[in-house]
Structures are given as structure tokens and as C-alpha cells.
Write a protein that binds this ligand. Structure first.
Ligand code: SF4
Ligand code: SF4
Length: 248
């Protein structure tokens, strides 16, 4: 399947000659633009299977490369390098290194789902973008960001108690990311709340942060969620063969 868009050829792979003559024919300037040949050593023939096994990626095999997803994409309108159709093409062919060149923008999908509505093959490109971002994280291709720590603390608290205590989430987030609690914006926020909210409510917030109350009857729900999360993580690791790699 050839790539037709010139914009997708990396500038370093394009070679032009000011003066070039081939067999007596002058092909200088525009006509002498060549794409340098290269040997692919980065082929991952399991990539489509791996991303297809993650939530959202299930229908990637249906893609017929029409480009409707990219044409309708909110982020592509701002940055033409954000190209779901092209990434699906790379994933299906297993061009892992080529995909990794865009790893810092794939996560920028804003989940608007315009691509999903435009797709004639029900590929769910938005889901594929999520699965690809997840795949990058599981494979260790993206560095750990503070937002990942925040997500884990937030989710752990919901799973454990069925509630969100904002103060506790913030405290744990600052502790795990080694940040001081005494940040200007936080001090201003607490001052603002202290001036506006009734003292009884403030005390309730403070006590909840200390004692972490649970939603009534949450214990069974918490156990069921924990079981599901463990199963899901194990399935993801199996799909990406991460345990087998660790054992080698
Ligand atoms: S969901 Fe993501 S990939 Fe789809 S149109 Fe919106 S920004 Fe683009
Ligand atoms: S719109 Fe659907 S079928 Fe068309 S390129 Fe995008 S994912 Fe593939």
C-alpha cells in the first residue's frame, strides 16, 4: 500500500539536486526530487494484534484507509502531523519505529469523536487513538507524567471508598510527585473557601480527609472492581506479551 501524501515523507528523506542530468536529460530542480531508500528493521508484526486487543482498538482491522477520520479531526485542523488514518496504516503494517516518531502527539486526541461519526467502517478511530496511547504507555515508550500519578491516586480512592475526597487526592498527589503542599494557588484557594463556606462544612471536609469514609455497602463493590481491574491488567499484559518478555 503506497503512501501518496508528500507531507508524510520526512524532510530528511527527500533529496533534491540543483543540477542533475540523467542520460542526457536535464532533470534539475523540482523534477529531481527523490526519496532516499531505506531498510526497515523495526517491523513489529504483532502490533495490530496488540493494539487491537486493548479497549477501543477492537475494530482497527476494518480500516480501508479512506481518510475520513483525519479529514474530520479537530486536532488535525490545528496540526497536520496529527493523522489518525496514517497511524492506523502504520499499525496495521507493523511499522513500530515510524509510529514512535509521533508518540508525543498521539495522546493529544481530545476524544471529540468526530472521526467516529465520519468513519464508514465503524473502526472507532477515537478508540484506536486511546488504545494506541495506552499501548505506548504499557510498552514504556512514553515517560511517566504527573498526570498518570494523579489518575492512579484518583482511581485508587474511588475503588477503595466509592467517594472522592479532593483534599486527600491533592495531598497524596503532592506527596507522590514530591511537591510542596504550600503552593501559592492552593493557599489562595483554601483561603477563598475558608471565607465563603460555613465552618461546619469545612470541618466535615477536614474530617473526611482524615478518616476517609466509605459509601455505604461499598465493600463488595470495591472487591468486584479490584477483581475486574486485575483481570483487565492481566489481559493487557498478555496481549502485549509483557510477562513473557520479562521472563526472558
Ligand atoms: S476523537 Fe481524536 S482522533 Fe477523533 S476527531 Fe476527535 S481529536 Fe481527532
Ligand atoms: S475513517 Fe475509518 S475507514 Fe476511513 S481511514 Fe479512518 S478509520 Fe479507516
Amino acid at each position: 500500500m503506497p503512501i501518496h501524501e508528500k507531507s508524510l515523507i520526512r524532510p530528511e528523506n527527500l533529496v533534491t539536486h540543483e543540477h542533475l542530468e540523467i542520460e542526457g536529460v536535464d532533470v534539475s530542480g523540482h523534477w529531481s526530487t527523490f526519496i532516499t531508500s531505506r531498510a526497515l528493521t523495526d517491523y513489529n508484526e504483532q502490533m495490530e494484534e496488540e493494539i487491537g486487543a486493548l479497549p477501543g482498538g477492537e475494530f482497527i482491522h476494518r480500516c480501508w484507509q479512506c481518510g475520513s477520520c483525519t479529514n474530520s479531526c479537530t486536532v488535525n485542523a490545528l496540526n497536520q502531523d496529527f493523522n489518525p488514518r496514517y497511524w492506523i496504516y502504520l499499525i496495521r503494517l507493523g511499522f513500530e519505529d515510524e509510529l514512535l516518531r509521533d508518540k508525543d502527539i498521539i495522546w493529544q486526541c481530545v476524544s471529540c469523536n468526530k472521526c467516529t461519526y465520519a468513519c464508514p467502517r465503524d473502526v472507532n478511530p477515537e478508540g484506536v487513538m486511546k488504545a494506541t496511547a495506552h499501548w505506548l504507555e504499557l510498552k514504556g515508550h512514553t515517560e511517566r507524567k504527573p498526570s498518570m500519578t494523579f489518575d492512579e491516586i484518583f482511581a485508587d480512592q474511588v475503588f477503595a471508598t466509592g467517594k472522592i475526597e479532593d483534599g486527600l487526592v491533592l495531598r497524596q498527589f503532592f506527596k507522590h510527585t514530591k511537591q510542596s503542599l504550600f503552593q501559592d494557588w492552593l493557599i489562595a484557594l483554601v483561603r477563598g473557601l475558608a471565607m465563603r463556606l460555613p465552618i461546619g462544612l469545612l470541618m466535615k471536609f477536614g474530617l473526611a480527609t482524615l478518616f476517609q469514609p466509605r459509601t455505604r455497602g461499598w465493600r463488595r463493590a470495591s472487591a468486584a472492581i479490584a477483581e475486574y481491574v486485575d483481570e483487565r491488567k492481566a489481559a493487557d499484559r498478555r496481549a502485549l506479551r509483557l510477562d513473557a518478555q520479562g521472563a526472558e
